[in-house]
Write a protein that binds this ligand. Structure first.
Ligand code: MIG
Length: 764
């Protein structure tokens, strides 16, 4: 294909390589990130994820060595050979990632006859053997573990599986062999015995990731359109690779504090009275809660940016009343706009040419909730501006966040054909290119609208996304079911989203489709209270899933874990500050911090919340005892404070117990009991200290505005020594009021320390 490597030309941090039949550009984004670009469809990147203004100038060493061109930063050496083959080495000279030099050996395709016959029994027959126009085949040495790839189903380690990137709404119970789901994050981390690296394939067309399913000798990436445009991301540890991916595609901004509280939702609360009733019950049962979600039923005939006047007397009044009781309202918005003359959103969109058109130039329609509907062309900046302006309708009502659904985009009468005309900024393109970024741009438009009208940090939840969407929106994992294997799957799925640069995520607690059981809901809330986005949501027609729907035992345990979440809110908030700074997830697989521990590399039923807490939930029906694994070191049982050493052990876990372990030397900030964020002014912070050596950085700001970006925040450093010496230091002082005092919990004792900004050191 490429032919012989003929020559190269270096220009700063960029090298143009000329092959007999092809050009290639290798460019350093920074010392630890190299971009490989082969202009096949266009000379430009047209990236929807990468902000090239963030690129740093890197000094490259470029030379011929034998038959290859060597390109070196201080961190990576890439050797480029004939046929466009590239090998990447790390600083230590280890070859981490090598192009495979032989041909792929695809599984033979089946005859049409055999296929037909199998299909008549209902089998789905797909040929994976078909070659792609663009393929990158990398050698597998045998020690590879793969993490990331977004929201894919199955287990933590993606090795031996095949996935496709094509945002898809499929409400069937999603199981291990699903290839597609709602999101496209074409990025993964590879952990090998003596190195780690990441690969990000920045191409939005439908693509394939065969992670060693076809062969034990290679894994490959394939796509039929666009350019070959990928980033090799180096780092000493998995955490460094993630941080670098965050520099490339952006990180999640610190959210408003209340969004980290508990969210109650259901499709659908149809009437104003129902919504008020849910709010009342949440307070009556003392289930702390900040947010109630309104699904499609609040709209007038599912028309976006309208409100149903029959079922709601006065939505603005309702929202204001609920807000006096601490509730924030989040409303759903779908992309599909009802085709109806006289409906202003439709009329304005038509007048300005904001909807996508078929090849013949007619506005394209399909079927979604409102019936025949048309689809905004979100790749067009004017359309995004218009969509942002429409958020004003919601903000004026008092709505505090927007939930973007159906933005794969989903359509009931078959998928939108790939040749339907879409826009990418100023350029005309098609659905094939814009499909996987449709949700990304819808979220971006929503973000800009909320930021403009509400001024606070926008809260958006999206179902579909692409790499980089983390800058604008949180995400949920779509339509799971109330089945035990979906509680099991929630852990690797959320962990892998975190390993894909998308930390603010959650599953529908209790399960969306199918009927939950008291036991399943109970075990789910024990996981849910640690997931960054904590929302109970269920489908119309399924058993009611609010915590009080199952009797006393369930509601009591449920409350215990929602309260735990509120107690740990400052800890989660600190993790979000770290996420914005470093691109690290909130909910983490143990392998992120213990990458060389073989016992955690495939651990699917435990996870970490930050670097201090390990959660080992029960995710099997009927189980009241489980095997726990703790990595090397000293740990404490969160509930009993018993000491645990690393290793495997059995732990009793009756229904009300979710085993939780905290690392020795941890200092966990706690909030007092509250029903919602902002109920109490918090002038004293509790510090729950677990004996040992450790230090912890705590972040504090107003919890909602952008002022923190101008330095209006405080940062405290707490340190505990093994001998009990404890120290508080104010690292940054930009926000008032500071805490007046700290309440220290240490070895069954309680100490109160007044604080006025000066450094404190004392013996506990
Ligand atoms: O096809 O708005 O995933 O959370 O409740 C159903 C109704 C459309 C799908 C979402 C789900 C939501 C539902 N929506």
């Amino acid at each position: 294909m490429f032919g012989k490597l003929l020559s190269y030309k270096q220009q700063g941090s960029k090298v143009d390589l000329l092959f007999e039949n092809q050009k290639m550009v290798i460019e350093a984004f920074q010392e630890q990130i190299l971009n490989v670009f082969v202009p096949i469809q266009s000379k430009e990147h047209y990236s929807k994820a990468v902000d090239f203004t963030k690129k740093s100038e890197v000094r490259l060493n470029v030379n011929w060595e034998d038959e290859s061109v060597i390109i070196q930063t201080s961190e990576i050496t890439a050797k480029v050979y004939d046929e466009g083959k590239i090998d990447f080495y790390n600083r230590e000279g280890v070859c981490c990632c090598r192009d495979y030099r032989m041909d792929r050996i695809p599984a033979p395709c089946m005859s049409q006859e055999t296929k037909k016959l199998m299909e008549s029994e209902g089998h789905k027959v797909e040929d994976e053997g078909v070659p792609h126009k663009i393929e990158v085949v990398k050698a597998m040495e045998g020690d590879e573990l793969f993490y990331g790839l977004g929201d894919k189903t199955g287990f933590l380690n993606k090795r031996h599986y095949v996935y496709e990137m094509w945002n898809t709404d499929n409400p069937d119970p999603q199981v291990d062999n699903f290839k597609v789901l709602y999101k496209t994050i074409p990025f993964f981390l590879t952990k090998r015995k003596d190195c780690v690296y990441g690969l990000f394939f920045d191409n939005t067309y439908r693509s394939v990731f065969n992670m060693g399913k076809e062969s034990e000798n290679y894994f490959y990436y394939g796509v039929d359109e666009g350019n070959l445009d990928y980033y090799y991301i180096a780092g000493d540890h998995l955490t460094d690779v993630l941080t670098n991916y965050g520099k490339l595609t952006g990180t999640v901004p610190v959210p408003q504090l209340w969004t980290l509280g508990y969210h109650q939702s259901r499709w659908g609360y149809e009437w104003e009275s129902e919504v008020r009733d849910i709010a009342k019950k949440l307070r009556e049962y003392h289930i702390p809660c900040d947010t109630i979600h309104l699904d499609i039923d609040y709209m007038d005939n599912f028309k976006v940016f309208t409100w149903n006047q029959e079922r709601y007397d006065d939505p603005k009044q309702m929202i204001s009343d609920l807000s006096n009781d601490g509730f924030k309202i989040v409303t759903i918005i779908d992309p599909g706009v009802k085709l109806e003359e006289g409906y202003d959103i439709y009329d304005t969109g038509i007048k300005n040419g904001y909807f996508v058109r078929d090849k013949e130039g007619n506005v394209y329609d399909n079927w979604v909730w409102p019936g025949t509907s048309v689809f905004p062309d979100f790749g067009n900046p004017d359309v995004r501006r218009w969509w942002s302006e429409n958020q004003k309708f919601l903000v004026d009502m008092g709505v505090r966040g927007v939930w973007n659904d159906m933005n794969e985009p989903a359509s009931f009468h078959g998928e939108i054909p790939t040749d339907v005309v879409f826009t990418d900024e100023g350029r005309v393109t098609n659905h094939g290119e814009m499909h996987n970024v449709y949700g990304h741009f819808m979220a971006k438009a929503t973000y800009e609208g909320l930021k403009h009208y509400d001024k606070r940090r926008p809260f958006i939840i999206t179902r579909a996304c692409y790499s980089g969407t983390q800058k604008y929106s949180t995400a949920w994992t779509g339509d799971n079911h109330s089945i035990w294997c979906h509680l099991q799957m929630a852990i690797p799925q959320l962990c892998n989203l975190g390993m894909s640069g998308m930390p603010y995520v959650g599953t529908d607690v209790g399960g969306f489709g199918s009927d939950t059981t008291p036991e399943l809901l109970t075990r789910w809330v024990q996981v849910g209270c640690f997931s960054p986005l904590f929302r109970n949501h269920s489908a119309k027609g399924t058993r009611f899933q609010e915590p009080w729907a199952f009797g006393n035992e369930t509601v009591n345990i449920y409350r215990k874990y929602v309260k735990l979440r509120y107690k740990l809110l400052p800890y989660f908030y600190d993790l979000f500050y770290e996420a914005e700074q470093k691109g690290l997830p909130i909910m983490r697989p143990l392998v992120l911090h213990y990458e060389d521990d073989v016992n955690v590399q495939n651990l699917n039923d435990q996870f970490m919340a930050g670097a201090q807490i390990i959660v080992a939930p029960v995710v099997n029906q009927g189980q009241t005892m489980r095997m726990v694994y703790l990595p090397e070191g000293q740990w404490y049982d969160y509930w009993t404070r018993e000491e645990e050493k690393g290793g495997y052990f059995l732990k009793e876990a009756p229904l009300d117990v979710c085993p939780i372990y905290v690392k020795a030397g941890s200092i966990l900030p706690n909030f007092p009991n509250m029903e919602y964020v902002g109920q109490k002014e918090i002038r004293q912070l509790t510090l729950d200290i677990f004996e040992g050596e450790g230090s912890y950085i705590h972040y504090q700001d107003d919890g909602e505005s952008f002022a923190y970006q101008e330095g209006e925040y405080n940062q405290y450093q707490f340190t505990i020594h093994a001998n009990g010496v404890f120290c508080v230091e104010l690292l940054h002082h930009g926000y008032e009021p500071m805490y007046e005092s700290f309440r220290i919990l240490y070895k069954n004792r309680e100490v109160e320390i007044p604080f006025c900004g000066e450094k404190i050191e004392m013996n506990l």
